[in-house]
Design a protein around this ligand. Structure first.
Ligand code: HEC
Length: 410
């Protein structure tokens, strides 16, 4: 159920027909542009319109390959996108990139310049004056789709009550039928739902001023298809100048790129998801230094084997749905390995434990018994290469612990 993205980008000069011929190295009639479109994307239809307009600009034959990133049990990964760009098409349209993510790792894929932007929005009754989460009355029920980024906002707005639904439509329906007082959902999906249900006047969308809510849309491509990407960017630039791009994208997507923000962390960069996946904010800003030296010394034994064993089950029950059964990351970031706890991130055991006890599970922060949190922490330590031993991990000591938390390999 987690997965996602698509669509394309901007900038460059207008491409004249003669240049198209050179670009594709053949006669104009033979030139072909192949694009991949995610049929599970709420903007799949717009992607197709856009692709047709681009192909027309390029005097190219268009070939559309449709795929469904919501198909199957496993999250659609960058590897899958890589396969698409090598085997099925030159450009994957509509791929969202979190503007709060700093170093977006695209797994060797290239991205065009952003051609549009969108994101998660707060939807409220048109009659209310509320335009942000902070203005919602305490106790307001807010609908969010399972495994989507807005689940994390409840940690910062503890007065709100999460109504986690299976789909975005279900969250909007709960709002339209007054079960919920607001919803936080992916804008293109909300735009479609409001239009289909004739709710445009009754419900209103507001940009969410929260971390990881804003996305630029790019096209992904393999380095072998740089020529197609360049043609694409030129056509987009021309269409932007003429106003055609705006007409094509509205009202689902805004034209142009959002500036990349300086507030985000990069923990989840490279795995942008509009159904799911959040970037790893909420991380304590650790000071540099302490962690760097710890790597060389042997990791201390902080917990007992029995605690880790108990922790495994509690992790599966309470955390795995978002962080993955193998801690590999899903809606929430990975919780093991060098990308999670690197020397550079400079975590201490107490930092991680504070996040876990205060902010997790993301939908019901602080809801578990203390002893369960302790055992889950023992399991996280074990999974990151810390040995079991004779001393028992305790709640209070763990909270204060300045022991560096660095992935030790396994
Ligand atoms: C409903 C989904 C969800 C559940 C359930 C959940 N988490 Fe999370 N978790 C997240 C998200 C999303 C983030 C990223 C938070 C952010 O960006 O602020 C996160 C962040 C974290 C972090 C910080 C990681 C980092 O890179 O900074 C830790 C540690 C963590 N979760 C542990 C847990 C544990 C342990 C549990 C079970 C008790 C749990 N989570 C349950 C969604 C979830």
């Amino acid at each position: 159920m987690t997965r996602q993205p698509y669509r394309l980008l901007v900038r460059g000069a207008w491409l004249v027909a003669a240049a198209t011929v050179l670009l594709y190295g053949g006669s104009a009639a033979a030139a072909e542009l192949s694009v991949c479109i995610d049929s599970s994307s709420p903007v799949a239809a717009i992607d197709a319109h856009l692709a047709r307009a681009i192909a027309a600009h390029e005097h190219a034959q268009l070939r559309i390959h449709r795929f469904d990133s919501s198909d199957g049990d496993d999250a659609f990964s960058l590897k899958d996108f890589g396969k698409l760009t090598r085997q099925e098409c030159e450009l994957v349209l509509g791929f969202p990139i979190d503007t709060d993510a700093q170093d977006v790792a695209l797994g060797g894929l290239q991205a065009t310049s952003p051609y549009g932007h969108t994101g998660f929005v707060l939807v409220t009754p048109g009659s209310s004056k509320v335009a942000s989460l902070g203005q919602l009355p305490k106790g307001t029920r807010v609908g969010v789709a399972y495994l989507t980024t807005p689940n994390i906002y409840f940690a910062e707005h503890p007065g709100l009550q999460a109504d986690v639904t299976l789909t975005t439509d279900a969250a909007l329906k709960a709002l339209a039928t007054h079960v919920d007082g607001a919803a936080m959902v992916w804008k293109p999906a909300a735009t479609r739902y409001l239009a289909e249900q004739h709710l445009d006047g009754r419900l209103e969308m507001h940009a969410l001023d929260e971390p990881h809510a804003r996305f630029n849309l790019v096209a992904l491509y393999d380095k072998d298809h740089a020529a197609a990407a360049a043609a694409f960017e030129r056509a987009i630039a021309a269409m932007q100048a003429s106003g055609e791009l705006r007409r094509l994208l509205a009202p689902y997507v805004e034209v142009g790129a959002l500036p990349v923000s300086s507030r985000g962390s990069s923990a989840m960069a490279g795995r942008p998801r509009y159904h799911a996946r959040a970037a790893g904010a909420g991380r304590r800003c650790a000071t540099k230094g302490a962690g760097a030296t710890a790597k060389t010394s042997a990791p201390p034994a902080l917990y007992t084997e029995a605690q880790a064993t108990g922790g495994r089950q509690k992790f599966l029950d309470n955390c795995a749905q978002c962080h993955g059964q193998d801690l590999e990351g899903m809606a929430g970031p990975a919780l093991k390995g060098p990308n999670f706890a690197s020397v550079k991130s400079n975590f201490h055991v107490g930092d991680i434990f504070t996040i876990v006890t205060h902010n997790m599970p993301a939908t019901q922060p602080g809801s578990l018994p203390r002893q369960d949190y302790v055992e889950i922490m023992a399991f996280l330590l074990q999974q990151n290469g810390y040995p079991a031993g004779g001393s028992t991990l305790t709640y209070d000591e763990t909270m204060q612990s300045k022991v560096p938390f660095i992935y030790r390999g396994k």
